[in-house]
Design a protein around this ligand. Structure first.
Ligand code: ADP
Ligand code: MG
Length: 256
């Protein structure tokens, strides 16, 4: 059998195996050197094509997710943050919680790794080809209120409802007024039992009334749906950002 380059390209294109033409020469050489059977070669080629497609799909999802930076679970130093249970986080990284449309809430003071863990979980979901969207509470409400004024609210809402996993970072950083709180409520409601949310906050649940400018009714309504099927990770401890400065003696007093 002699497959011409041109014919191979045509078939690869038709079958949507875009990496096959580039993979064949190197794998064919390996096959000759290692005396692979035809079946071995076929398997190696299809596996390589499948791996390349996975990498590309993950990359695309990560790009569309809008992560502010790339963070991986492998780079999280669990020994620095003993209040984070490695086993629990590893279990979450399997993304079974996304399959079950459950939520994860990461609470803690600044610098303890909430955003890092949220992005890392998002990256795990992307690896499994689940659609992910990263936003902050401030950007989410700004985007929805702008769309409301422009008369494109329903379409914009889909942006936050459709992804399998929505990451809402920094809830509580800025207080939300009643109108803004109702926008967040709308998103949480629409995703309830249908799509996962990973949310981070520097405020404990008891302080959520303040986040919603004293409106404990809406705070309770949001928390009620958010927490029904959820895992909370409360991170207590030192800011990772300040650890080296503390070590150097630049900062001596504990910061919140
Ligand atoms: P938070 O969102 O809680 O304010 P971040 O997740 O932004 O904190 O973390 C601040 C910085 O410190 C980031 O660069 C993050 O990658 C890093 N970081 C935080 N905790 C850890 C950790 N335990 N191991 C490794 N890097 C960490
Ligand atoms: Mg953060």
């Amino acid at each position: 059998m002699n497959l011409s380059e041109e014919r191979l390209e045509h078939l690869a294109d038709k079958l949507r195996l875009p990496d096959v033409p580039a993979l064949v020469p190197a794998l064919a050489q390996q096959a000759a050197e290692r005396e692979w059977s035809f079946a071995d070669f076929a398997e190696a080629l299809l596996q390589a094509q499948s791996d390349a497609a996975d990498v590309r799909a993950t990359d695309t999802i990560q790009r569309l997710a809008g992560f502010p930076v790339r963070k991986a679970l492998a780079d999280f130093d669990f020994s620095f943050q003993p209040s984070v249970n490695k086993k629990q986080v590893t279990e979450l990284a399997s993304c079974a919680f996304v399959e079950r449309a459950e939520n994860v809430v990461l609470l803690g003071p600044p610098g303890v790794g909430k955003t890092h863990l949220a992005i890392a979980l998002g990256a795990e979901a992307a690896k499994r080809r689940m659609q992910v969207k990263f936003t902050t509470a401030a950007r989410l409400v700004a985007s929805l209120s702008e769309a409301r004024s422009a008369g494109t609210f329903s379409r914009r809402l889909q942006r936050f409802v459709r992804p399998r996993l929505l990451i809402i970072d920094e809830v509580g950083f800025l207080p939300l007024d009643a109108g803004e709180a109702s926008l967040l409520f709308e998103v949480v409601c629409r995703r309830y039992e249908r799509g996962s949310i990973v949310l981070t906050s520097n405020k404990s649940y008891g302080e959520w009334g303040e986040v919603f400018s004293g409106d404990t009714v809406i705070a309770t309504a949001i928390l009620d749906r958010l927490l029904h099927h959820s895992t909370t990770i409360s991170i207590k401890g030192e800011s990772y950002r300040l650890k080296d400065k503390k070590k150097a003696g630049i900062i001596t007093t504990p910061t919140g």
